[in-house]
Design a protein around this ligand. Sequence first.
Ligand code: CTP
Ligand code: MG
Length: 214
Amino acid sequence: MAVVGIVPAAGRGERLGSDGPKAFVACGGRPLVEWSLDVLESVCDRVVMAVPEGWDDGSEDRVVGGAVRSESVRAALAAAPEASIAVVHDAARPLVTRELVEACVAAVRSGWDGAIAAAPMTDTVKEADPERRVVRTLDRSVLWRIQTPQAFAADTLRRALDVPADVLAAATDDASLVEAVGGSVRVVEAPPENIKVTTPLDLEFAAALLRKRS
Ligand code: CTP
Ligand code: MG
């Protein structure tokens, strides 16, 4: 039962606005992606990373990613035919913990098709129409903000990713594609520090948290 880590790291990081790709900007004294690689490598048998064009080094654990995130995941998974469990984790979440990855993998081992990191809603959530008139207030007690890691039965994920490019482009996470093929997915509560680096402020915040950790 090979557990393979899949790290989409092929994005451009436009909202961060750095010189190079976001996965390789310095954070806490090393390239951002390396924090995630360390944690995944401590749990998985192997880790495959999808990188931007020009960042592959010829090793079998680096593949060139696609135009959208899910295409990058598909490309990396295609390089790991031995995987029976795939753990997808964004390079942009350097504060992932080993315990969180293990909890997701354990849920898949126990029979779920997918187990995904998530945070409970702390804000009140409302739906508004295009004119921004509030339509309703949602029950936040049943709502979760979805993150990575996301662990899957690898065959189910392969089937879920075998869809046209426009479907891949519209997917904001891999679990939604697994849900679309009828897969069972559960949420695993993540520690509050599992933030995503999107903007320069996030990068500062992540670096401060990583400093505090070490
Ligand atoms: N990603 C990827 N391939 C893409 C797009 C994104 O592998 N074609 C990866 C990113 O490298 C990142 C993760 O998916 O680790 C989440 O994407 P996001 O946070 O949106 O990163 P970027 O796409 O790089 O940032 P932006 O949207 O601001 O350009
Ligand atoms: Mg993006």
